[in-house]
Each structure stands twice: as C-alpha cells, then as structure tokens.
Ligand binder design. Structure first.
Ligand code: MN
Ligand code: MN
Length: 460
C-alpha cells in the first residue's frame, strides 16, 4: 500500500516547501507538487509541517537494570513515548560492566531492545575500561553498525583519566567514528559534595553547587584539548553553560572541528527549580544541572547561530515516589536524570520556533539531519528525500495543549514540564513507511528496527 501525504509544508534541506510526498515499500518514493493519489492511502497534511522523523541522540532506557536505581522506562515504554512525540529513532547508551567486553554490552542492549522497540534505534557504546582487548573490539563494533562512543570525565566507576580519553579519541577516530564526552570535573564534584555534606547541606538545593558552571567549563576545555592533540573531531554531550560554550567557541576559533549537543531542559528552565519546597526539587536533579537565565539565553543564541549541532534529551527517568527518594536524606544519592524523550519536538517547536529563536529548518537540522550525519545514518535517516526511509512526522503547528504526567506515554510518575503549555504537537508519524501514530496517539507498536550505522559524516 502506498501512502500519499498531500498539501503539507515539507521541511526540506533547503527550507519549507509546499509539496506532496509519496511513500512506497517503506521508502520515500516521490516528492513534488500535485502527485497522483491513485492507489494511495491519502493523508491530508494541509496546514501542517512535514518533518523527517526526529532523532533523539541521547537516551537511557532500562539503565541500572536489576538494581534499586533501575530507570522507570524500559525499551517498550521509552520507545513508545519517543514515537508518540515524533521521535522515530533513538540513540541509547550501551554500558559494559567493569571488566566486561564491549560485545557483552552490545549483546545486552540488543536483547533488551530487539523486538520491544516502537521506534528505530541504535546504540552509542560507553567505554569504561581501556586496554588492548577493548581496543581490538572497535573494528568488530564497526562491523556491527556501532560507530559512536561515550566517555565520562566524572562519576565513580565511569570516569577515565585524560591519557585514556586521548587514546580513545585516536582509536575511534581511526575507525571513522566519534566519541562524545560527559564533561564535568569529577574530582571537583567529589570535593564539593564532601564539603556540602560536612556542612550539613543535604537537600537537593546543594545539587547545582556540586556541579557548578566552572566544573563543566573546565572539563569541556580539557576534553577539547585532548581532541585537538589527538587530531580528531569529538562531540560534547548535554552542554549546559555559557562558560562551557565559550570554551567550545574558542576552540572553534582556532579551527578545531567539534560538535555540540544540548537538551531541551537547558533551554526552558533555570536553577530556581532547586529552591522548591520539600523534596520537590529532586524531580530536577540531573547532571549537569539547570543553570542561570544567562546560560539559557546563551544556548538559544548559539542554537540560532547553528553553533549547537544537535538536540537530544538525556532521557533517564526515575520515579519520584520511589527511586528519587533514595536521596531523601542526602542529595548526592538522588539518582540523576529526568524524562523527556516524548516532549522534545513539542518543546523545541514551542520555545524555539514559536519563541522566535530558530526557524523550522533549524529545528529539522538540529533534531533530524545533523544527528543522522554525525552518527552515520544519512541519508537513510534524517531527511525527506527520494530513496530515504519513510520515517516521517506530520506536525500540527496550531495544536495547543499542556504537558501532564497523568496522560503521558513515558512510564514515570512525573514530568519536569508539568502543565507547560505547548504551541504545537506531533499529529501523525510514519515509521518505516507504516502509520504508527495518529492524532497524537500510538496506533502501531513494536515496529522499531535496529539501525546499523556507518562512519560519521563530518561537516565541520
Ligand atoms: Mn551525562
Ligand atoms: Mn546521559
């Protein structure tokens, strides 16, 4: 069965264009004005925007599995929520246990995702150990479609020394892939937490103090220094501060190729959320934390000037009534993370496009095309073009609604965006050429397939 999307405004690489789009056998078969509807199921997209399916570059589903800190969303619920909001592909982080191979993590993540996912998916591979055995696995990861990696400069059990990070950047670069980094200074976080606890400051209001702007900015600068010396492009994930941004722009001014990801939370909320009564602020504990209004303003300016490349969510959901309570008496024990994969397109449209910071083309570039290029899926994903996979979002730019945990797909008992008014909504989603969302509701589940990725396609 062919599907014809009629009368919509297609967000093409050269800008919004009034045209029809025909889907056949899971691919985009034709784009143009006045396409014939013969033999097609017709979707009327009049008054709507038609985007290439959005890609969430940063999720954590079914993380900490089997522990008291397991995430609320598993692969079934997380990908269903992502799909409902217009995300047709997620890139989740596979994490090996210490002493274990990358292959063991890849196998584990496949076993959790395969057959359960309602949107398409692939995995970034986290590197926590580094030795010849792990190094030798990189070509085998490439063969299995894994070309992006993640390292941490913070968190006990995850953080790696600078020399190791340097070696990993080189080794992954030689494979044609890219490494992203959680940029915070782990030693300074540990020292700050110890000082705050010794002073009896145990509430969530201490969280941003233990993850200050300089803690991010120093690590961004160091990470980029390691990359410059290694001679390969790198990614900075979840950039949150003006000072971190300044480090990146300084490196770019010297000609260094680097990529920046940020997240909706850093564009839409400030650290005032850490002054809520009781334990409410725990709902906003994630790392890096929410920042000042001047940071928010700087991020919007950077996105508007195409200095920020991709928008992911860092979706990592923990129930407030249970899991977040692990830190009730000690802020440093609050599992860090928030839900968000369901709401990213509506939030970035509402605050970004309707808010006057970006246009629909920039929204498409930051959430579809550039993620697909950076992570080796373009033009199969990330663009409306003949021959590309028919992962398509029909977005209603006039549908106003409010976000409520009570009616979200995310399987978690709150949302940090509770009662926020949205000025647009994903109406219909095609996944691999099949209608999977209609009227904002998921109508087909479990259609997600693994995306085997190629080398990064750099544009910087
Ligand atoms: Mn992180
Ligand atoms: Mn993360």
């Amino acid at each position: 069965m062919s599907i014809l999307i009629q009368n919509g405004t297609l967000v093409l690489p050269n800008g919004p264009t009034a045209a029809d789009l025909r889907v056949e056998d899971g691919k985009i078969a034709a784009i143009g004005p006045g396409l014939s509807a013969e033999g097609c199921q017709v979707i009327d997209a009049r008054g709507k925007l038609v985007f290439p399916g959005f890609i969430d570059t940063h999720t954590h589903f079914e993380m900490n599995k089997g522990t008291d800190r397991e995430t609320a969303d598993d692969w079934t619920t997380g990908t269903r929520a992502a799909l409902a909001g217009g995300t047709t592909c997620v890139l989740d982080f596979a994490e090996p246990d210490h002493g274990c191979s990358l292959q063991s993590a890849l196998d584990a993540w496949h076993s959790r995702a395969d057959g359960h996912a309602s949107c398409n998916y692939s995995f970034h591979m986290t590197i926590v150990d580094w030795d010849q055995r792990i190094r030798d696995e990189l070509p085998r990861m490439t063969e299995q479609g894994i070309t992006s990696y993640k390292v941490y400069l913070a968190y006990d059990g995850m953080r790696i020394p600078d020399g190791t990070a340097y070696e990993i950047i080189k080794a992954v670069g030689k494979e044609g892939g890219i490494v992203g980094c959680h940029c915070e200074n782990g030693d300074l976080i540990d020292e700050s937490i110890a000082e705050l606890k010794a002073a009896g400051k145990l509430s969530p209001s201490s969280h941003p103090l233990a993850h200050s702007a300089v803690i991010e900015a120093e690590a961004v600068g160091r990470w980029l220094a390691l990359a410059e010396q290694a001679g390969y492009p790198v990614n900075v994930v979840h950039l949150s501060t003006q000072r971190g941004l300044e480090q990146a722009l300084l490196a770019r001014s010297h000609g260094q190729p680097l990529y920046l990801e940020s997240c909706p939370q850093y564009f839409t909320m400030t650290d005032e959320k850490y002054q809520l009564p009781g334990f409410e602020s725990a709902k906003f504990v994630f790392s890096p934390p929410l920042r000042k209004q001047e940071d928010v303003d700087a991020l919007w300016e950077a996105l508007s000037e195409d200095e920020i490349d991709t928008i992911g969510t860092d979706h990592c959901s923990f129930d407030y009534a249970t899991t977040k309570q692990l830190g009730k008496d000690d802020f440093s024990q609050i599992p860090p993370g928030i839900p968000g994969t369901e709401h990213r397109p509506a939030i970035m449209y509402t605050f970004g496009v309707k808010g006057g910071h970006i246009d629909v083309l920039q929204m498409m570039l930051s959430m579809s095309e550039r993620p697909a290029r950076l992570f080796g899926m373009f033009p199969q994903k990330g663009t409306l073009a003949v021959g590309s996979d028919a992962d398509i979002v029909i977005f209603d730019p006039d549908h106003t609604w409010r976000i409520h945990a009570a009616d979200q797909y995310q399987n978690v008992d709150y949302t940090p965006y509770e009662d926020m008014e949205m000025a647009g909504r994903t109406d219909t989603v095609l996944l691999n050429g099949q209608i999977a969302v209609e009227g904002g509701r998921v109508v087909r589940e479990g259609l997600g397939t693994f995306v085997s990725r190629g080398p990064s396609q750099f544009w910087r």
